[in-house]
Design a protein around this ligand. Structure first.
Ligand code: FE2
Length: 237
């Protein structure tokens, strides 16, 4: 969490115009809602003592926890200060967002060692402690995402240039481990209704990434899905 800076001004960079497409954040939020619904279920379903299954599920739990940390870091650094500076009437809302992020960060700080303890022990009680911590994050996060979507994202859509908005997504991509990229990209695709996927990837992904997805990343994503959800992955939409 970054310290709050004086919100005197944070003007739009010269040559850029206000107004942007913020729809990508709704996909990211959909992934987190799904993640905090499915991960506790997978943790509880892992047979106690099965170290291999525990490691598989713990890897994905850790990825979701890291993903949320990175996503909130991007908003702390690149979203809240600008919204507050450009729309002073939103100051109380932004204070609330920062409080909610602090609360989520506290809960993430508790869940991470619980995941490590479960991975080390493959113990049923350790699994339940982790699953309960994930449930709690899901509950707190559900309220936060709803508030953010209602009260912050529409303001950013009016006040940010497209380049400023895209910097949030870039932060997420750059701060995430490269071997998590197939999962990150695959979940984004799955967060869209099937009929919209091709058009979304043409409009949002540079050609080299689309090519990489087709020849390599999609296969890795499918392998991850099959390993984590042998009975089929529950849909995101
Ligand atoms: Fe947020």
């Amino acid at each position: 969490m970054t310290e709050r800076l004086p919100s005197t001004s944070d003007p739009l960079p010269e040559g850029e115009t206000a107004g942007c497409d913020t729809s990508d954040i709704l996909l990211v939020h959909r992934i987190f809602r799904w993640g905090f619904r499915e991960m506790p279920r997978l943790v509880r379903a892992a047979p106690p003592g099965d170290r291999s299954r525990t490691a598989t599920v713990a890897d994905s739990v850790d990825l979701v926890l890291l993903g949320l940390h990175v996503h909130h870091e991007a908003e702390d650094l690149l979203l809240f200060g600008k919204v507050e500076a450009r729309r002073p009437a939103c100051a109380a809302t932004i204070d609330l967002m920062r409080d909610q992020h602090r609360h989520v960060a506290e809960l993430l700080g508790r869940a991470e060692p619980l995941s490590a303890a479960w991975r080390d022990s493959a113990d049923g009680r350790a699994a339940e402690r982790l699953a309960a911590a994930l449930d709690e994050i899901g509950t707190v996060l559900g309220v936060h995402l709803h508030d953010e979507e209602d009260d912050v994202i529409p303001v950013a859509a009016e006040e940010f240039s497209q380049r400023e908005w895209d910097a949030l997504g870039e932060h997420g991509r750059e701060s995430f481990p490269k071997d998590g990229m197939p999962i990150q990209l695959g979940l984004m695709m799955d967060a869209l209704p099937p009929a919209e996927r091709a058009e979304w990837s043409r409009g949002h992904l540079p050609f080299p990434i689309r090519l990489l997805w087709a020849i390599l990343l999609k296969r890795r994503y499918t392998a991850w899905q099959r390993e984590l959800f042998p009975e089929g992955m529950p849909a995101l939409v």
